[in-house]
Design a protein around this ligand. Sequence first.
Ligand code: DHB
Length: 305
Amino acid sequence: MSPDLRVSFAGVEFANPIMTASGCCGYGEELAKVYPLSKLGALVTKSVTLKPRLGHPPPRTAETASGMLNAIGLANVGIDCFITDKIPFLEKQKTRVIVNVAGSSLNEYVEVCGRLSDIARVDMIELNISCPNVDEGGMEFGADPVMTEKLVAAVKKVFPRPVIAKLSPNVTSIATIAAAAEQGGADALAVINSLVGTAIDVETWRPRLTYNKGGLTGAAIKPVALAMVNAVHEKCRLPIIGIGGISNGSDAVEFFLCGATAVQVGTALFIEPDVPVRMLGELKAYLKRKKLSSIGELTGKVRKY
Ligand code: DHB
């Protein structure tokens, strides 16, 4: 029998546990030209804010040893255009749709999430309380347990379907923030967002990003992400979506063992847009080889010393 790749959490079933990470494939239109989005467990959109944003001037990405820095500055079309121009495309896709929402104030988050509440195609919201690249809001919310709880609770009041809190690794104790999100009523957690970093051009003495710093992603952050998924899993009962440097089936298995129910693939999409499709085959082969029938048999099963 072929292993079952379906996973479910927060009352929603996903065809498989592989999702795209926010910001790494826009609103899905380009990716759909490469393969049917039905191959994905879910598509997670770029952060949507109340007003359209141009983001920071280029250069806003830079390659580093085994990773990537970005300071995009939440460039996006804004909620009005998202609803009129992007939702019709997403309506037609046979995958789960998770809309990532960002804001610079609690009211902004609430307004955007309220606008999404009656669009049934939006299966879940992922709250970006961890963007390192804006001067207001962003990481501030996710660095403070009181604000995290307040924000999640406020969004839960206006959005009737599951809410995921995407946590920042740039904190003293990610498990404390996870517990606050749980207290606020979050249905799941996404662990982790990017780590603050920078890189300098030694000829010009200028940072390689116009924002002077950015978020580090890719293979470089995988060990950090695994430890944080593990720490959150030990403290908190919510389902976890693991993120950070995942580019093959084996990476995903590591995240499942540390406590993840699903995973998101981000930076690897820039190198190999169909990496989720390859990973599905690798995961199936792994389950078969280990004589397991579902992903759930891996979640949280790391054998600690
Ligand atoms: C941006 C970067 C991030 O790492 C993130 O989590 C959210 C937004 C950005 O610059 O747009």
